[in-house]
Design a protein around this ligand. Structure first.
Ligand SMILES: [Ca+2]
Length: 213
């Protein structure tokens, strides 16, 4: 009898978990953290995270998650909306769509100490200006930063190989001006074609394509 009851309990738990798994696919990039988005335990259960509580109070209809009601809210109150954290800031994603952005950029929507670097990055470093582009000689690379930070800038070819390290330095706030003379690490002119300028700040890389003619 005990064995039978145990079997029933295990079956009920398993069924309960399985029945909610589909909700992970009802938010963009839900697959990264799975049940943890909403449940304090990775195995599901009644203890809800801040996002889970918000889904329950404002984002459920007929047992399904309604992302349209949630993307513009900020469950963990870290200053970034649920949509910004799950890489769908404008609430454009629909169930069945491909997940937006890169999974590595998705942050913990229930944790106010986890927020999107891409949004912070766009705040404290401007879009790089690269000119002239295309270029036959020197390419000038300018951008503004608002906080002191360590920046490493490389030119890479389209296979991802570093052609030339332009700069490794700590910068205070202000304007950063770099230039590339179209030569590699050995001082040899590179072949004509497309290259990428990678500006790396704390592991977040901003990429600008340049054409060498
Ligand atoms: Ca948030």
């Amino acid at each position: 009898m005990k064995f039978f009851l145990l079997t029933v309990v295990v079956f009920l738990i398993a069924f309960n978990l399985k029945s909610k798994d589909f909700r992970v696919t009802q938010i963009p990039n839900g697959v990264k953290y799975g049940c943890q988005n909403c449940h304090a335990s990775p195995y599901g259960g009644d203890m809800l995270t801040a996002f889970g509580a918000q889904v329950l109070s404002k984002g459920m209809s007929g047992g399904n998650v309604v992302w349209a009601n949630l993307y513009n809210l900020d469950a963990d109150e870290d200053g970034f909306t649920n949509g910004e954290e799950l890489l769908d800031p404008d609430g454009m994603w629909r169930i069945g769509d491909a997940n937006p952005g890169q999974l590595s950029d998705v942050t913990e929507i229930w944790n106010k100490e986890s927020f999107p670097l891409s949004v912070i990055w766009s705040y404290f470093i401007s879009e790089p200006n690269v000119s002239p582009n295309p270029s036959v000689s020197n390419v000038n690379i300018n951008f503004d930063i608002k906080v002191g930070t360590y920046i490493s800038t490389n030119v890479v070819d389209m296979n991802g190989n570093v052609v030339k390290n332009l700069d490794d330095n700590f910068y205070s706030d202000g304007n950063v001006k770099l230039s590339w003379n179209g030569k590699n690490e050995y001082g040899m002119p590179v072949p004509k074609g497309a290259y990428l300028v990678n500006i790396n700040t704390g592991g977040h890389i901003k990429t600008v394509k340049v054409i060498k003619n």
